[in-house]
Design a protein around this ligand. Structure first.
Ligand SMILES: [Mn+2]
Length: 489
């Protein structure tokens, strides 16, 4: 394709100053080279197959023939301006040899990525000094499952939009269960917003009482309009929607043969014959509010602070503050709603034991959580009151599948780290010492803490960089101390 590149002599090629060096150009290395070139990066590719190198040159890539693991290879390349070396051949032994050479001959601040075929080699390469070890099939699987989840959400959203479109300009009743709780009312409010966006008039209808002080406060503080079933004529509505209950007659006053337009619920299904035009029942999710939040997102509907507050409170009460039946979807919905919510109202709805600052820190902790297997680490950034850290660590320990939590933040001149664990196999106090030093860390087997002087990071050019460096250091040191690699699980 490019005759000029082909005619350039080998000596010329060695003189160039690439930003990236790719060792091994199988399908993976080549795909990455293409990506990097699109980003306008200078790169040079090494492959042992002369034929392949010729083809790469035809496509105007800088490429040389060489053995990935050859100790003399790096002498042929100007590595001074490299920002990254990517060791990507499919031969693990060759990759290891290459990694060893790189760490011997190239400056430590050149970012080095190595490819492994299994976890054992992955760990070995990490200890040999690779900054990142990757296993391509695992990366592909992860990214694919994320795409599938997105596609599924999109499809559901489209279907719901179609359903609402089919009843444009009509009048809809939104039925909640008897003696409705915040989750039921908040979900109804969300459905009302979706109906509104399709010019559908809707009323939220309940039967029984709005019991409990908190539920009354919830309705009053947010100014939610609800109608009593006995005060309306259900047959005057064109369509009936049901939220937080699974069908007519199930904990609601509707006659069992009532035709239902839409059902959204998260309770385990007891009746096998649920009939409606649109049904979305997800028993694995902690709250109906979580399900409707996803629809609001998919359908691009504005969530005002009243709706966000209601939904967040709905999720929190139904999951008992993420302690019961909590799914990752509940947490992602909560962290999405959190910044949109009215924190003054939430504060008034809160049990008095939780201060607004603790809630802020908990919100940050949920937002920034990094889950590696059963470990949850979270950086909450700058903190005023470090007592909020153990409370947040305590709280997050209640999440399903989590047995150890580490929450950390920066206050003036120190990093404060707080950990909790209910894993009987580990001693958190010892781990904190191993990770952050005898002097800095300590505590008990199931509750421990550490503090590190920020002086170590004083070279950081601004606060943003500082917080990022702190995050990287704390996560890396902790995971190393417990013997877990980030991609290990
Ligand atoms: Mn519910």
């Amino acid at each position: 394709m490019n005759a000029v590149a082909k005619e350039t002599t080998t000596t010329d090629r060695i003189k160039i100053r690439p930003t990236y060096l790719i060792l091994g150009s199988g399908s993976f290395g080549f795909a990455l080279a293409k990506e990097l070139r699109e980003l306008d990066k200078d790169l040079i590719i090494v492959d042992k197959d002369a034929q392949k190198v010729e083809t790469l040159r035809d496509e105007a890539y800088e490429a040389i023939v060489g053995d990935v693991g050859d100790p003399a290879l790096l002498d042929r390349i100007n590595t001074k301006n490299l920002s990254g070396i990517l060791i990507l051949s499919s031969d693990t032994q060759a990759n290891k040899a290459a990694l060893e050479n790189v760490r011997k001959k190239v400056s430590r601040d050149v970012y080095c990525v190595a490819r492994a075929t299994d976890v054992i080699n992955m760990q070995e390469m990490e200890s040999m000094g690779a900054d990142l070890v990757i296993m391509p099939p695992r990366m592909v699987a992860k990214s694919l499952s994320r795409s599938l989840e997105r596609a599924e959400g999109l499809r559901r959203g489209n279907k719901m939009a179609q359903w609402f479109e089919s009843i444009r300009n009509k009048k809809m009743a939104i039925m909640v269960h008897n003696n409705p709780d915040p989750d039921a009312i908040a979900s109804a409010l969300a459905l009302k917003a979706i109906a509104n966006s399709h010019d559908i008039r809707s009323d939220i209808i309940y039967h029984g009482e709005i019991g409990h002080q908190e539920n009354k406060a919830f309705v009053n503080l947010l100014g939610i309009d609800l109608y009593r079933y006995d005060d309306i004529e259900i047959t005057s509505y064109d369509k009936i929607a049901m939220v937080d209950c699974s069908g007519p007659g199930a904990n609601n006053p509707l006659p069992t043969n009532t035709h239902i337009g839409i059902i959204i619920d998260h309770h385990p299904i007891t009746d096998s014959e649920i009939d409606a035009e649109f049904i979305d029942i997800r028993p694995n999710v902690g709250a109906s509010s979580t399900i409707v939040t996803k629809y609001l997102q998919e359908l691009n509907i504005d969530i005002d602070s009243k709706l966000a507050t209601a939904l967040l409170y709905g999720i929190r009460t139904d999951t008992m503050d993420f302690k019961r039946n909590t799914d990752s979807a509940d947490l992602s919905a909560a962290s999405y709603l959190y910044p949109l919510s009215d924190h003054d109202i939430l504060d008034q709805l809160e049990r008095p034991s939780m201060s607004i600052e603790t809630l802020d820190v908990l919100g940050e902790a949920i937002n920034n959580r990094q889950v590696i297997g059963s470990y949850l680490l979270s950086n909450v950034g700058s903190i005023r009151d470090r007592d909020t850290l153990p409370q947040a660590a305590d709280y997050l320990l209640n999440l399903e599948g989590i047995s150890t939590t580490v929450v950390f933040g920066v206050s003036e001149d120190k990093i404060f780290i707080s950990g909790r664990s209910n894993d009987i196999r580990i001693n958190l106090g010892d781990i904190m010492k191993r990770a952050f030093g005898e002097e800095a860390g300590g505590g008990h087997a199931n509750a421990a803490a550490a503090r590190i002087d920020l002086g170590v990071f004083s070279a950081a050019k601004d606060r943003q960089t500082l917080l990022r460096l702190v995050n990287e250091a704390v996560v890396k040191r902790f995971l190393t101390a417990v013997g877990v690699e980030e991609d290990d699980l």
